[in-house]
Ligand binder design. Sequence first.
Ligand SMILES: [Zn+2]
Length: 193
Amino acid sequence: MNKQIPPETLSWFIQAGKLLFSRGLVSSHSGNLSQRQQDKLYITRTGSSLPLLAETDLILTGIDYDDQFTPLASSELPVHRAIYRRTSAKAIVHAHPPYAAALSLLEAEIIPDCGEGLYCMGAIPVIGFGERVHPGGMAEEAARALENRKVIVVAGHGSFATGETIEEALKYTFALEEMCQVTYLARQLKRAC
Ligand SMILES: [Zn+2]
């Protein structure tokens, strides 16, 4: 089923999985990645381990239609599909950055305390704030929020970032978490002063 994965695509999936895990932005079996391939998408297999991705962990299935491979795809497939339908994104990274997830339990919109020099991304919308969002849920809401920004957070869960490439979506994922970590630390320090 995965006979013709372009080597560069496979390489980016593998590198991204390792990077996300090494920075603590996914655990051994959380998070997922995808890349648009015309009217299809490559997406990580359900139950796959991002730091240990192999060729058989990439599933190619339709954006607008199901096929025999659809059941093998990540449970977040509905969100990835909705984002590709609604935006021009070519790649998506879904991670579980802990500082972003923690702040998303407290606020409907994460307003960063950005110092000068920090890569500041402005306010980040929290999808499903105050609700319990199951995997694959709030797909249309997440996709709508990504029409005019590169990264959003699903409440108490994790981030969805888009880009022209997986590398670009990774960049926004790391920037989000850096921003949320600094915001969290700044608030702690303010309380202590
Ligand atoms: Zn998740």
